[in-house]
Structures are given as C-alpha cells and as structure tokens.
Design a binder for this molecule. Structure first.
Ligand SMILES: Cc1cc2nc3c(=O)[nH]c(=O)nc-3n(C[C@H](O)[C@H](O)[C@H](O)COP(=O)(O)OP(=O)(O)OC[C@H]3O[C@@H](n4cnc5c(N)ncnc54)[C@H](O)[C@@H]3O)c2cc1C
Length: 404
C-alpha cells in the first residue's frame, strides 16, 4: 500500500505529492490511500488549557477532508482519517511507502522524522511554500534577521513558476458586504475565489489600496484560509499575480499581494530556523518580556468585553467566524500584550484554536513580532487601538456590526 499522508497540501492541482501517489500507484499496481491523522488534536489542549481546535476550526478541517474525499473516490483513492498519529496508523497498516509534504514547524518536523524511521520508503516535497531550503533566495543559512533584506533578495531573483494552466470549472464565488468568510474549505471554492479575485475590477487590482479594510469579503484576498490547508498553492497565487501584472503593464496593487506572500514565506523560514524557540516566551531575545498571565483579564479579551470597542469587536468577529483581518489581528495582539500586560503565547494559543487559516509559522512568528521578541527591528510594536479605530473604522461600521 502506498499512502499520501495529508498535511497542509489538501489539493489535487499543483501538488507533487498527489502526482507522485497517482504515478507510483499506476506504475506498481499498488493500492493508493490518502491518510489524515488528527494526532489527538480533537481533544488536545495547549497552554492555559486552551483547546488546540475550536469546534469551528475542527469542522473547517473536516469540511476540507470531505471535499477532498469526494474528489478522490472517483479516482479510486480512499481517504481515511485516524484520531491518532500518522506513524501509528502507518505502522499498524504496514504501509510500503509514504509520500508527504514537508513542514517548517518544530513538532511537524518531528512527526516527519518518526514516519521516516518507521516506514521502509518515503518521498517528500515542499508544497506549502514558494521555495525550499535548497533554492531559497540567498540560501537558508543566510536568512536575514529582518524581513526587508529578505524581500529585496527575493525580488532580485524575478521568480516565476511554470505551472500548467488550471482546468477550473467556472463556479460562482460569493461576495459579502460584512462577513469575511462565506466560503467553503474545498479546493473548488479556493480556485473559484482565485479566479474571481483576479478578474473582477475591485479585487486584486485594488489590493494595496483596500487591504487595510475590516468588513466583508473584498478588501483582501482571503486566500489564507486555503493556503493554510493547502487547498491553494502559494506558487499558483504568485503566478496569477505575475500574469495580471503583465496584462496590466505593471500594477503596484497586484504586486503588493506578492509582497504579502513574501511575508508568509519569510515567516516559514524563520520558523524553520528557529525550531522550538518560536514558541518560547523570550523568542529570539535573551530575556522574556515583563508580562504574565491573569485568567480573568485573558477571559475578558477572549469574550470581547475589555471595554475597548475596537478590540471587543475584533474578538467577537474572531469567535463568530474563525477569521480576522490583518489590521484587526495586529490590534488584538498588541492590546493583549502591551495594554493588558499578558504573556503573548496565550494569545497565540487562542488564535491557534480559533483561526480557520491557522498556520504555525505565520501565527507564532506574527505574535512574536508584535511582542517584540521576533524579527521586528523595533523593540516594541504597540498599536494605539483608539487611533487605529479612528483611522480604519472612522464611521464605526466594523464596531457597530460586531457589537450589535
Ligand atoms: C497576530 C497575528 C496572527 C496571524 N496568524 C496567522 C495565521 O495563523 N495564518 C495566516 O495565514 N496568517 C496569519 N497572520 C497574517 C495575516 O493576518 C493573514 O495572513 C491575513 O489577514 C489573511 O487574510 P487574507 O488572505 O485576506 O490576506 P491578504 O491581505 O489578502 O494577503 C495575501 C496573503 O499574504 C499572506 N500574508 C499577508 N500578511 C501576512 C503576514 N503578516 N504574515 C504572514 N503571511 C501574510 C497570507 O498568506 C495571505 O493570504 C497573522 C497576523 C497577525 C498579526
């Protein structure tokens, strides 16, 4: 039996793991199976007893598996789930070969080592990032300590990915004036959104201008919810940007989506090189910040009852939808750390449980950055939430919507 161990690569397009499984199974006449291991996450708790998975995130993951299962079954591949670990399932079922997508994060890399040690034959690919440790601009050993030099290096390389044209079935992609995520986790929805966002005039062509919005589907791409599960490939998004930039004869708005993808990419490799330090209170610094943990204060933040309207609206949106804009996330994190004086890791753990787009590298590196223990050249990144509300929610539409 050859097994595709599903991780953050739950798609059939632009996926070396799926291509490998399909080809190897045909060539050897071996049964092909796709496996998703929950690894105890359904009931696991993390720091402060915070569940690792909220019901909403759990059902989002289940939805992504159901849609992939429906795609795979007609192709003769069964998708199975185990509540336990991949290595336990694979050894019990005596898998002959396993193919999987590589991860940058500490725990996930340890799982890879366990699988490699237990299974006779393994193959692996980097499907979650633009580059791999072998071809990252400037080399992984020389990863800059801050983002800007990384961005400049990456931009000098003028990277293009020669992906085959996509056979996307035309499908309506919903728009909503207030809700961020009226989408499903399926690959079909990811591709429909990709196509819609790059073709409609108020989408990618206005990205840089509108990206600090707070309400609705259209102010930003919303690709993160599919990039995290792997329903969408970052290389595909990059290539779509280049194609639209070429069509428009250059576009600062579209180009800015690629800058954001470079942030994502940078944090992937920061996580890879940081290992377990990414999850420690002092992060990359010599000393931990002077913050602590107070259960009642933390609960007020979680419940959206801090008394700061902007923060409370953001926390209620997060709990209700599993999503939050980048502008809101920055304020929510800054408020917990710099106004409430709480340990940033509790906030990161709560975001981990709630966010539909949870990605270990993006989440923990962004939190560390705002806490001043990550890759930010500034020691303190404190957001004045009252000023931010005035600047980005001048009419109060966001606050009124979520505090209604
Ligand atoms: C405290 C905090 C926690 C975060 N946790 C996560 C997380 O768990 N998962 C996650 O995908 N993003 C995380 N982000 C980054 C960012 O907020 C989201 O990627 C973005 O809001 C998703 O919406 P979008 O797809 O519409 O983004 P867009 O604005 O459309 O950006 C396009 C893509 O660029 C990438 N991107 C944009 N900003 C960032 C950033 N700051 N860091 C990394 N990648 C970025 C994402 O892949 C995103 O889909 C976090 C940010 C903060 C401040």
């Amino acid at each position: 039996m050859i097994v595709w161990w599903l991780r953050h690569d739950r798609r059939l397009n632009d996926n070396e793991c799926w291509n490998y499984l399909r080809d190897a199974s045909i060539q050897t006449g071996t049964e092909a199976v796709a496996l998703f291991a929950w690894n105890g996450l359904k009931t696991a708790t993390g720091l402060g007893g915070i569940p690792r998975l909220s019901p909403k995130r759990r059902s989002w993951i289940s939805g992504s598996l159901d849609s992939l299962r429906a795609e795979l079954e007609p192709l003769g591949v069964k998708l199975v789930e185990t509540d336990g670990s991949a290595v336990d399932w694979l050894t019990q079922c005596a898998a002959d070969e396993v193919v999987f997508s590589r991860s940058v994060a500490f725990d996930e890399r340890r799982e890879e080592e366990a699988v490699r040690a237990a299974i006779p034959k393994t193959a692996s690919f980097w499907t979650h990032s633009l580059w791999s440790p072998m071809n990252i601009p400037g080399g992984l050993n020389h990863l800059p300590p801050t983002f800007t030099p990384f961005r400049h290096r990456a931009e000098r390389e003028h990277t293009e990915f020669n992906l085959a044209p996509l056979a996307i079935t035309a499908k309506h992609s919903p728009q909503h004036p207030s809700e961020s995520i009226p989408f499903s986790p399926s690959e079909a929805d990811a591709l429909a959104r990709l196509r819609a966002y790059f073709s409609q005039p108020e989408g990618a062509r206005q990205y840089k201008t509108r990206r600090n919005g707070l309400l609705g589907t259209e102010f930003s791409t919303k690709f993160s919810i599919w990039l995290a599960s792997g329903a969408l490939s970052p290389k595909r998004v990059w290539q779509e940007c280049l194609a639209l930039e070429a069509q428009l004869g250059g576009s600062a708005d579209v180009e800015w989506i690629r800058v954001e993808l470079l942030w994502r990419e940078y944090f992937q490799w920061v996580a890879y090189t940081a290992g377990s330090r990414l999850f420690s209170q002092k992060g990359f610094r010599d000393a931990a910040p002077q913050t602590g943990f107070h259960a009642q204060a933390f609960q007020r933040w979680v419940d959206g009852t801090t008394g700061d309207d902007f923060v409370d609206a953001g926390m209620r949106e997060l709990a209700a939808t599993g999503f939050s804009s980048n502008r809101a996330r920055q304020n929510l994190a800054s408020y917990l750390i710099h106004d409430m004086g709480l340990d940033w890791r509790y906030g990161a753990a709560y975001f981990e449980s709630q966010l539909l787009d949870y990605d270990p590298a993006s989440n923990w590196a962004n939190w560390a950055y705002i806490a001043g223990v990550g890759t930010d050249p500034r020691p303190i990144r404190r957001f004045n939430t009252v000023k931010q509300a005035n600047d980005y929610d001048p009419e109060g539409a966001f606050r009124n919507y979520w505090l209604r």
